[in-house]
Design a protein around this ligand. Sequence first.
Ligand code: C5P
Length: 233
Amino acid sequence: RRCWLIVPAAGSGTRVGGERPKQYLPLSGSPVLACTLERLYQAFPEARLCLCLKHDDSWFDPNQVPFRDWQRIDGGAERVDSVLNALRAIDSEAAPEDLVLVHDVARPCVAVDDLCKLEQAALENEAGALLATPVADTIKRDDGHGLVAQTQDRRGLWQAQTPQGFRYGLLRQALEAALGPCGIGRDRVTDESSAVEALGLFPCLVQGRRDNIKITHPEDLPMAELILQAQRA
Ligand code: C5P
């Protein structure tokens, strides 16, 4: 059975600021994208990589890809569209039982141990698996005007990370259904798991490391730099 990696990297990354998309900002001397792909390659050197990029991405350099077996996929309007483009592109090659791991390009600090743990859990669970961490902060819901409306009970709450792993057939069915006429819709499919959950299934939560941060805001970059340094020490 084949293992497929889908890396959505077609976001504009504007929240980080600056004109350079966040996946190309330098992290320990290499672009974020190269760091993320290197981690994935360490864990899954034989996997086939589908890298979702903007059609007019002028920052991408194929030398940033360590994989022998890879293809470029055109990104879509939203993250879910980019992932679905990849799934559709491999339709004739992927078997329904093949494992597909989806990992955000913006998470370069994911540990190789966690990648392997996640792969194992995704293989063992019919409904797939995702890396996640128990919520550590107290979570407030606002009233829409900057006042606290409610404090959530954080017991049992998790923060979803990536990778998230599912069988090809299930993931394709879930994402197609989510965007279909009776689906939960683009706005609510912020990860793969939410689409699978909408089918009435229960993906497995695999507790990951808290340092698998997503680079979203400018202050995340120096933090990622420190995390990579600490992981090397
Ligand atoms: O913006 P955000 O950090 O939530 O994006 C998550 C991931 O999805 C990033 O890796 C980003 O590059 C990717 N993405 C994509 N296609 C889009 C939007 C985001 O591949 N249209």
